[in-house]
Ligand binder design. Structure first.
Ligand SMILES: NC(=O)c1ccc[n+]([C@@H]2O[C@H](COP(=O)([O-])OP(=O)(O)OC[C@H]3O[C@@H](n4cnc5c(N)ncnc54)[C@H](OP(=O)(O)O)[C@@H]3O)[C@@H](O)[C@H]2O)c1
Length: 303
């Protein structure tokens, strides 16, 4: 393992980026964290100068993205700049520096019409602007840099930033009743669990470039659920911790058609994660136990 090179985390202030920086440091890897003020991935010059200023970069991990799924419908230029041009700029620079790139992508590259978990080679067909912009980012990386790993993940939540868990927790403690979509199915993924998997892959890549199996992989929490069942589990965890005197909000399941959003969502986006386990030994934890661990961190131990 070459512990003298730096692992560079791009988008280090985001939900995943922040967890990844902590996880890399805990594992003893030399880490450089770049937020948007240190590197704007939409600018080739910014990417060049920020990477050029780092001594011995050994690997870049891109967690930066435009992630406002609904807003992307009315801001396609901004979405494509960050999600297509950004990864293209990073891949170009990594190729010049002869270092690998790990890039994070999404389940939203699929249209959600399957009824079995999506494998990496299944046909893509995004149904919203965000998904299309992320797909173009994948293609940009693949066409520019052989030494790449693209990891598609789904339904990400964590301690930092805005996400479904924190929204349901907030609303569930403020209101008496909540309606949540019950006919979309997927896999919730704790950002810290993904970060832990990324550390394992980073160690693998830096220990033996020649044996690394480059390509596209899926990673998400184990097990599948609906947004409604996920919300039930969040509020159950909150209740166990007596987060509100008198209990939490009552939940009602609703159909997607009753909750119109600017961007269409895939109805089913469960990811098959066998490939990443076989290639890198990355294990997964059930989404329920990951959620319980995060909730313990947010609200404390059950009463
Ligand atoms: N969240 C999910 O449910 C989900 C699901 C599947 C896949 N993913 C993917 O997982 C990855 C991490 O997502 P996340 O939820 O951690 O996202 P996030 O919390 O929104 O963080 C993204 C970060 O990227 C930064 N960024 C945006 N544009 C940039 C630019 N031009 N240059 C440099 N930095 C820029 C943002 O900075 P500002 O805050 O300044 O904008 C933010 O710090 C992304 O690739 C995302 O597409 C997310």
């Amino acid at each position: 393992m070459n512990r003298n090179t730096n692992t560079v985390v791009v988008g280090s202030a985001g939900m995943l980026g922040a967890d990844l920086v902590e996880a890399l440091k805990c594992a003893g890897l030399k880490t450089v964290a770049l937020g948007r003020s240190e590197m704007d991935i939409t600018s080739p010059e910014s990417v060049r100068s920020a990477l050029g200023a780092i001594a011995a970069p050994g690997l870049v991990i891109n967690c930066a993205a435009y992630t406002a799924v609904d807003k992307a419908e009315s801001e396609p230029r901004a979405a494509f700049a960050a999600n297509r041009d950004g990864p293209a700029n990073l891949a170009d620079e990594c190729r010049k520096l002869e270092i690998p790139l790990i890039h994070i992508s999404t389940d939203y590259v699929f249209d959600g019409k399957f009824s079995r978990p999506y494998q990496e080679e299944d046909g893509v067909n995004p149904i919203n602007v965000y998904g299309l912009s992320k797909l173009k980012g994948e293609e940009a990386v693949r066409s520019r840099l052989d030494q790449h790993i693209i990891i598609r993940t789904s339904w990400l939540y964590g301690a930092g930033g805005r996400n479904f868990v924190k929204t349901i927790l907030k609303l569930g403690l403020e209101r008496d009743e909540l309606k949540v979509v019950s006919d979309q199915h997927g896999c919730p993924t704790w950002s810290l669990e993904l970060a832990t998997g990324l550390v394992r892959i980073a160690e693998w890549v830096q220990s033996d470039l020649k044996k690394t199996l480059w390509g596209t992989y899926h990673f998400c929490g184990k097990g599948e659920t609906s947004w409604y069942e996920f919300a039930l589990a969040i509020l159950h965890e909150a209740q166990k911790r007596q987060a509100r005197r008198g209990g939490v909000a009552r939940l009602s399941p609703i159909a997607t058609s009753e909750y119109p959003t600017a961007a269409a969502r895939p109805m089913y986006s469960v990811l098959d994660c066998a490939k990443i386990r076989a290639a890198f030994g990355v294990e997964r934890v059930s989404w329920e136990s990951s959620l319980a661990r995060l909730m313990g961190g947010l609200l404390g131990a059950p009463q």
